[in-house]
Design a protein around this ligand. Structure first.
Ligand SMILES: Nc1ncnc2c1ncn2[C@@H]1O[C@H](COP(=O)(O)OP(=O)(O)OP(=O)(O)O)[C@@H](O)[C@H]1O
Length: 304
């Protein structure tokens, strides 16, 4: 379990990035920090591995204050994946993945063997191991970044917009892959994004942040869609603007099953008088049409 206890960060130039932020991140689940640019997501993430020191407050991992940990040792036992993969361009893919196990004392052969295992786990062909990062596609590079983050078998994986630089289709593929890997490995993941669909797809817990790291809402994806009490959250999730591409399909009980853009079920809406027959084909809620569960209905979404 990771705990942020009333952390505040004021940078030397006087910018307060995060003010009095508290959060518990349960073990073996994925917590997504979701918010617009500059709201303090990266600052919070980096407090966990001491790349950023809080000005006040503390971050605890399993009850131990990270401030008491030796920073290099701490970082070697926490996986970190960032937006531009951060791969070393002059080292082969396999050696990029094997870097941390090598630093932790594994022999070259053992570290490489572990590297090839990880390539398989993240869906990379072993033949790519001898290439250099520049010879891979953006999506492949991000997979290497994830493999490298997992290489020391950390309990904790910090992911800072790891799929932000790839095209939308590859991004969805990477999200699916991460969900699959996480179902198997059950790491404690903190995942930073400003992409709502990504948050809904990956998060067991989603924390919506306002400027200064203020928590606007926190909960499961279904709870967030269901409880639209905070106007900021409602606006941010896009339910009030039709931006959100939720889909509605007939549910077994005659209501409508609401799913997000990736097809992940969010909840069931009661059947209502009005448009009698939802279109069996899924329909974007933002579009007018017979299956349109309009915003009022989406707001009344109930958990399945
Ligand atoms: N080293 C620094 N010195 C001064 N200000 C900083 C520093 N790092 C971040 N900030 C400021 O702190 C605030 C939060 O930044 P942070 O990078 O944590 O936000 P973010 O939510 O991750 O943003 P983004 O989504 O754009 O990466 C911003 O106003 C940013 O300009």
């Amino acid at each position: 379990m990771i705990e942020f206890r009333q952390v505040t960060k004021t940078y030397p130039d006087g910018t307060t990035a995060v003010q009095d932020f508290s959060l518990t991140v349960p073990s073996h689940t994925t917590t997504v920090l979701l918010g617009s640019s500059g709201c303090g997501k990266t600052t919070l993430l980096r407090m966990v591995n001491r790349m950023v020191q809080p000005s006040t407050g503390a971050v605890l991992i399993d009850e131990e204050d990270v401030a008491a940990a030796e920073p290099v040792a701490l970082r070697r036992r926490i996986g970190y994946v960032m937006q531009h993969s951060g791969l070393l361009p002059h080292r082969r893919v396999i050696d990029n993945i094997a870097t941390v196990p090598r630093l932790n004392g594994a022999s070259r052969a053992d570290a490489r063997a572990r590297g090839y295992e990880l390539m398989e786990i993240v869906g990379l062909d072993a033949a790519l191991g001898t290439r250099y990062p520049g010879q891979l596609s953006g999506g492949q590079q991000q997979r290497v970044g994830v493999a490298r983050g997992l290489a020391a078998d950390p309990n904790i994986l910090l992911m800072d917009e790891p799929f932000g630089a790839v095209d939308p289709l590859v991004r969805v593929e990477l999200q699916r892959e991460l969900s699959r890997v996480q179902a198997e490995l059950k790491k404690t993941i903190i995942f930073v994004t400003h992409d709502i669909d990504e948050a809904l797809t990956l998060g067991d817990q989603i924390v919506v942040l306002k400027a200064g790291g203020e928590v606007a809402a926190a909960g499961t994806p279904a709870e967030l869609v269901q409880n639209q009490q905070d106007e900021f959250v409602s606006r941010f999730l896009g339910l009030d603007s039709g931006r959100r591409s939720l889909t509605a399909a007939t549910a077994d009980d005659g209501g409508w099953l609401i799913s997000d853009a990736q097809g992940r079920p969010l909840g069931v809406v009661d059947s209502q008088p009005g448009p009698a027959q939802p279109d069996p084909a899924q329909t974007d809620l933002a579009q007018p049409g017979p299956a349109q569960a309009d915003r009022a209905q989406a707001d009344r979404v109930q958990r399945p």
